[in-house]
Design a protein around this ligand. Structure first.
Ligand code: HEC
Length: 453
């Protein structure tokens, strides 16, 4: 028959407390850091995409402008060729269309009647007139020019002169975005090459077929503004959605990861941390102790005659007993940093940060007597109830490594077992090398008469 176990004075709150509040080793902070770097990477990608798209939009706008200017130019060349093939075209003389003083042609003007005189319009004159018409509209402007103009006012602007010189070196065309008075515009220029019909009038100046006679510049005063704001807006939207998604997925992952972590580092039976968590925590706390020059104490507790208990009452009762001891341990630890774990089998460990040997021995004694008080019946034990043997060791400000500390506590536990069980023993290493530290013997003396509550 399983023993009658008195109810725990701590209830189940302790259980849940440690499950939910204890910090997990390898905790979520490293995952959060990864999350932050993933989000940064995402934002970087979106920013790069925005940059690339803006750049593409800009290029696209330029390409459109270039194509518009180019077709403009080609249309002009076509009309000019038509004119040149006729060797000039006769039109009536009016106020706007006066005979061209630069056109050296005996047949330039022909009087038809008193009211009608015709004058020959050469291609350049025609281009000029077209350009004057165009100027009245706000659209594309153009200008016929040359580095060696017959008509002085056909002289090239500085940028046109640069382009013309480039044509002479073999460049085929020139296009450029420029800043106008209050907006961006586009200017384009291409050469006018001397062809056979041109020689009728230009051979005198020494031009031959294939020479660059000059050029026509086309100016688009207003570039369509690229839709930057739509791009920026949509990218901000994408960036936000992605970040949100990463955060949500990240949270889910962290939660799943925490769940797995918990399974890996908590003891399934007692629901307190297991040996693995304990070692991580011990290493962590010892490192901190070393940094902050604080002592750290370790208790190893072993249930006395546990095999006998199991043999008498069965493993199920043994499990319940282990759970009760785990609860009791948790209940005895008051400070935030204190930590207990199941070390394995019927062995438990307690880490007490910032605690000297004497303080740790006192807490060990509290645990020991609390369990006796709990009075879990154990007929096979000479003590008649479930008891603990406890070994205590202390590391003063990081002088040892964790294995040595566990060894010291284990040795003390061994002595507690040897000396009759149900007692607390402290590590044997004399601590007299530290001034002001009570000797092991003194504490031992203290403990041999535990004050009864
Ligand atoms: C009918 C005669 C005639 C023909 C044909 C002709 N031009 Fe001209 N061209 C002129 C005259 C005259 C000027 C002087 C300025 C003006 O009229 O603006 C001129 C001016 C120019 C200019 C402007 C720079 C300057 O010198 O003032 C260019 C460029 C030009 N011609 C290229 C050509 C080309 C290329 C052809 C062949 C497609 C051609 N011309 C055919 C008579 C002609």
């Amino acid at each position: 028959m399983p023993p009658q176990i008195p109810p725990s004075p701590h209830g189940h709150a302790g259980h849940r407390g440690i499950l939910e509040n204890s910090p997990l080793p390898g905790s979520a902070t490293s995952v959060s850091l990864k999350l932050i770097s993933i989000i940064s990477l995402w934002l970087l990608i979106v920013a790069a995409s925005l940059g690339w798209n803006l750049e593409q939009a800009e290029r696209h706008r330029e390409r459109l402008a270039l194509e518009a200017a180019r077709s403009f130019f080609q249309l002009l060349v076509l009309t000019r060729r038509w004119n040149a093939e006729h060797g000039g075209v006769y039109v009536p003389v009016t106020e706007q269309t006066q005979p061209n003083p630069y056109l050296k042609d005996p047949d330039r003007d022909i009087q038809i009647t008193n009211d009608l005189t015709l004058t020959k319009v050469n291609p350049a004159y025609m281009t000029r007139q077209l350009s004057e018409l165009a100027q009245k509209n706000a659209g594309a402007q153009f200008h016929i020019t040359s580095l060696n103009p017959i008509r002085p006012s056909n002289a090239a602007l500085p940028w046109e002169a640069d382009a013309l010189r480039a044509f002479e070196r073999g460049t085929k065309e020139f296009g450029q975005v420029f800043r106008g008075d209050d907006q961006w515009g586009y200017r384009y220029m291409a050469p006018l090459v001397t062809e056979k019909p041109c020689l009728k009038c230009h051979a005198d100046q020494g031009y031959r077929e294939g020479d660059i006679r000059g050029g026509i510049s086309v100016t688009l005063p207003r570039l369509t503004s690229p839709n930057s704001w739509a791009l920026i807006g949509s990218h901000i939207g994408i960036a936000l959605c992605g970040t949100l998604l990463i955060l949500v997925m990240g949270r889910l992952l962290i939660r799943a990861y925490d769940g797995l972590r918990r399974q890996a580092v908590f003891d399934a039976l007692t629901r307190i941390p297991n040996r693995r968590f304990f070692i991580e925590q011990l290493v962590h706390e010892m490192r901190r102790g070393r940094r902050e020059h604080l002592p750290l104490a370790l208790l190893i507790c072993d249930i006395d005659y546990f095999k006998g208990y199991n043999d008498t009452f069965g493993h199920q009762a043994g499990d319940v007993c282990l759970q009760r001891v785990a609860e009791l341990l948790q209940g005895c630890l008051r400070r935030g940093g204190d930590f207990c774990a199941r070390y394995g089998g019927e062995e438990f460990v307690v880490i007490l940060p910032s605690t000297e040997l004497s303080g740790a021995a006192r807490i060990g004694e509290q645990i020991r007597s609390a369990l006796v008080e709990l009075g879990i019946p154990h007929p096979v034990s000479p003590h008649r109830v479930i008891t603990l043997s406890i070994g205590v060791a202390c590391d003063r400000a990081g002088e040892q490594d964790h294995e040595a500390l566990i060894r010291d506590a284990d040795e003390a536990l061994y002595r507690a077992k040897e000396q009759g069980r149900n007692r607390v023993e402290i590590q044997a290493t004399p601590l007299t090398k530290h001034k002001g530290q009570p000797s092991a013997a003194a504490i031992q003396g203290d403990l041999s008469h535990p004050s009864e509550p």
